[in-house]
Design a protein around this ligand. Structure first.
Ligand code: S3P
Length: 427
């Protein structure tokens, strides 16, 4: 498709869709708890639908009416062997967390995914789940999907130091540990998003978190709850950057989730001199309104413990850096290579094609700015966040047209993305 270019201003306010990570977990906890769970403002995107369909295939009753999703759960024991392979589509979160949930189910299941998910490493969950007594295998050394899994009612407790900073691996192990009597210990490499830990407490589970050490106490009975999903800061990120780099702009995003394990991008915007206002804080729902306006920006260094707090925002942060004065260095971000695409390579090649001064390093990238961007012919490689980054970059090109293929991948996390953009252009 030919993208919108030469936009002179973005104005207005909007509510971004529900948080993807929290939406997955709400469906999962509802499905493994006893009784009714009601979820308000669930993200209705392809990834979350993959999680819903998987639990429906295992006999869980899940219905959606207006903005409310209702689940009738019968605990871990209520999950039944599905008659089909469970198709996780593009969703790494669905595959890895559901593998942890099925660790205690004594039936065989095949977990399959699309072309992109079939290239993502599963050894990171296969190794610890095997240690706990799960029979699980994928393909080649990295244990690529499809995965064949057979859980066990006699899992062993685990003490495990995560070799990668990954909330998906951590969460898979928490779900598995919930099905073992006694205490399991998981130690993170870096602190990552803590939605599983928080929601587990809400559903009545026992977990202690102290710094990077997490203790999970298994066999507690989980009870259905009412959950309200805040807006996804990872989706808001595209509008935050658009508002900062398109001239004459002001954008307000309401009800955005601001759990501190997710707000690295806000710290980076401030560090780069971006105009950002946080208002209407709702402590209970961990949300706030975020307002940005066009800003003069300066380069910065992004590395270490902040990386997991903004890992999904690095494509759009790289675009931001192309418009900042001076050098931006991104380090410690090797994980970008194993996301929905090799994001490290794709961020660099897409922005370079548009005229950015950017190069990849072993674990990140270096960007020199500011540069005027120009038209290009690009493909998303089926990666929703690369596609959205390119759409925002197109808004500021100073010459030429931008053609993007593979834009349908945006439905993975943000089905209404193009409508929301049009609303801001008319602002
Ligand atoms: C997620 C964790 C992160 C993130 C992904 C969602 C989650 O992945 O990139 O989009 O919901 O737990 P990793 O665990 O692979 O870092």
């Amino acid at each position: 498709m030919k993208l919108r270019t030469h936009v002179s201003s973005l104005k207005g306010s909007l509510r971004v869709p529900g948080d993807k990570s929290i939406s997955h977990r709400a469906i999962m906890f509802g499905s493994i708890s006893h009784g009714t769970t009601l979820i308000n403002d669930l993200l209705e995107s392809e990834d979350v639908l993959a999680t819903i369909k998987a639990f429906q295939a295992m006999g869980v009753e899940i219905t959606q009416k207006a903005q409310v999703t209702k689940i009738n759960g019968n605990g871990f024991e209520g999950l039944k062997q599905p008659g089909v392979s469970l198709d996780m589509g593009n969703s790494g979160t669905s595959m890895r967390l559901i593998a942890g949930i099925l660790a205690g189910s004594p039936f065989e299941v095949d977990l399959v995914g699309d072309e992109s998910l079939s290239r993502r490493p599963m050894d990171r969950i296969v190794t610890p789940l095997k240690q706990m007594g799960v029979s699980i295998s994928g393909h080649e050394k990295k244990q690529f999907p499809p995965l064949t899994l057979k859980g066990s009612r006699n899992l062993s407790k685990i003490t495990y130091h995560l070799p990668v900073a990954s909330a998906q691996v951590k969460s898979a192990l928490i779900f598995a540990a919930l099905q073992v009597q006694g205490e399991s210990v998981i130690v993170e490499k870096e602190m990552t998003r803590n939605h599983t830990e928080e929601m587990l407490q809400q559903f009545g589970g026992r977990i202690d978190c102290e710094g990077k050490t997490i203790r999970v106490y298994g066999k507690e009975k989980l009870k259905g709850q009412e959950v309200t999903i805040p807006g996804d800061i990872s989706s808001a990120a595209f509008w935050l950057v658009a508002g900062l780099i398109v001239p004459n702009s002001q954008i307000r995003l309401d009800n955005v989730g601001i759990n501190s394990t997710r707000t690295g991008i806000l710290d980076v915007i401030r560090e780069m001199g971006g105009k950002l206002l946080i208002s209407h804080r709702d402590e209970k729902n961990q949300s706030a309104s975020l307002t940005v306006s066009s800003s003069s920006l300066i380069g910065t260094t992004i590395s270490g413990a902040i990386i997991p707090r903004l890992i999904d925002e690095l494509p759009i942060i790289a675009l931001l850096a192309t418009q900042a004065q001076g050098q931006t260095i991104i380090k410690d971000a090797k994980e970008l290579k194993v996301k929905e695409s090799n994001r490290l390579a794709l961020i660099v090649s897409s922005l370079k094609s548009m005229g950015a001064d950017i190069y990849a390093t072993d674990d990140g990238m270096v960007i020199n700015g500011p540069t005027a961007l120009h038209g290009a012919i690009l493909d998303s490689h089926k990666d929703h966040r690369i596609a959205m980054m390119i759409v925002i970059a197109a808004l500021i090109v100073s010459s030429g047209q931008v053609h993007l293929t593979g834009e349908e991948s945006i439905k993975t996390s943000y089905p209404n993305f193009f409508n929301d953009l049009e609303g801001l252009i008319d602002g």
